[in-house]
Ligand binder design. Structure first.
Ligand SMILES: Nc1ncnc2c1ncn2[C@@H]1O[C@H](COP(=O)(O)OP(=O)(O)O)[C@@H](O)[C@H]1O
Ligand SMILES: N[C@@H](CCC(=O)OP(=O)(O)O)C(=O)O
Length: 340
């Protein structure tokens, strides 16, 4: 196995397309969106971009920015914290968030584009491909795509709920070669540092597939977003796509620049040696219902399957007519144990 430090150095030096994700805990403070953080982050992303790297930004902060606006001018006697209120706050905040990014990037001479996605967009092959085409075109034009979940239309069962999951899905859309996840912690620790202050930072996670994420983060760590738990699940998906993840503090000044320059900070998560082909990755996220042990595209409709269950292959043509497939789900169209 390649030494992880050497692997990290090689990826950092050669990454052409970097996806940077920044969460609410980094971007916001008790007053809402922290513009100093937004400006520092855009400066650093612009520098990477100037060096020729494509950068895709997945950002949270719409709900916080919306609530900030609402608190400045509250709707008399109305709830601003329930789910519909959260969705409405996101729609108020998203345009403000985007405005701040747009202005900050413009000061660095960069053009931005907003893309709002929901889980639906990854479940429909057509929408998945449309989103991919748009992103590819933007990147060819050297525009910086800024992505968030489309909170105001996402219904509970279709919501990502946290942008770590969204970011990991976008990796597959844009064929990124590095995922940088900016967090409020200084990296991944052996255990939740707020519960166990003696826990040490992990410099590298070599085999994320074998990591007990539940135990390490003690379940989900924050309400409404996943904290480190969802970052590790996102890193697991990234690893399946053969994309390494760097989880690093977004609170520290110049953290992104320093991390990209190879300083010893945060946690490096090694990718799996064998990437899932992108079509299979899409399959993995196509069906989210029930207890999933694997996913695949079937050659037979459910009612036909009921008719032929338990029958000999030779009798199938008699039941369903000619032109049949020899298998219900071909192994090329099947993925077992996706990191759902
Ligand atoms: N093993 C762990 N290592 C590091 N942080 C952890 C761990 N388990 C739980 N956490 C918590 O996860 C949080 C990091 O996520 P955060 O950046 O706050 O989330 P978000 O990006 O969703 O807003 C930290 O507050 C930290 O206390
Ligand atoms: N899409 C929402 C944030 C979702 C969320 O909680 O994200 P994160 O803080 O990154 O885990 C927003 O823009 O406010």
């Amino acid at each position: 196995m390649q030494d992880w430090r050497e692997h990290k150095r090689t990826v950092l030096e050669n990454a052409k397309r970097v996806l940077v994700k920044v969460g609410s805990a980094v971007l916001t403070d008790e007053h809402g969106l922290n513009l100093r953080v937004v400006n520092r982050l855009t400066d650093q992303i612009a520098s990477l971009h100037d060096r020729g790297q494509d950068v895709i930004l997945v950002t949270s902060g719409a709900v916080a920015a919306g609530r900030q606006a609402l608190l400045a001018c509250p709707p008399c006697g109305k709830d601003i914290f329930g789910l519909p209120a959260k969705q409405a706050a996101a729609s108020i905040g998203q345009s403000r968030l985007m405005h701040e990014y747009d202005e900050a990037f413009a000061r660095c001479g960069k053009t931005t584009a907003q893309i709002l996605l929901t889980r639906d967009d990854f479940q429909s092959r057509q929408r998945f491909l449309n989103a991919r085409n748009t992103l590819t075109t933007l990147l060819e034009w050297r525009v910086i795509p800024i992505i968030n979940e489309n909170d105001s239309v996402a219904v509970a069962e279709l919501a990502f709920g946290d942008n770590d999951a969204l970011a990991s899905m976008v990796l597959g859309l844009v064929d990124a070669d590095l995922f940088v996840n900016l967090t409020s912690a200084t990296g991944v620790f052996e255990a939740n540092p707020s519960e166990n202050p003696k826990a040490c930072r992990l410099e590298c996670i070599q085999e994320i597939a074998h990591l007990d994420v539940e135990a390490m983060c003690h379940g989900k760590t924050t309400v409404g977003s996943g904290g480190m738990y969802s970052k590790l699940l996102a890193a697991k998906r990234a690893a399946q796509l053969a994309v390494p993840t760097l989880i690093v503090s977004g609170k520290e000044r110049y953290a992104l620049e320093k991390a990209m320059a190879g300083e010893d900070m945060g946690t490096w998560i090694m990718p799996e040696a064998q990437a899932i082909p992108s079509r299979k990755f899409w399959l993995a996220y196509h069906d989210w219902q029930g207890q999933t042990i694997g996913v695949g595209v079937t050659n037979y409709a459910a009612q036909d399957l009921k008719k032929i269950m338990g029958r000999r292959t030779g009798s199938i043509e008699e039941l369903l007519g000619p032109g049949l497939y020899p298998e219900v789900v071909h192994r090329d169209n099947m993925l077992l144990d996706p990191a759902l």
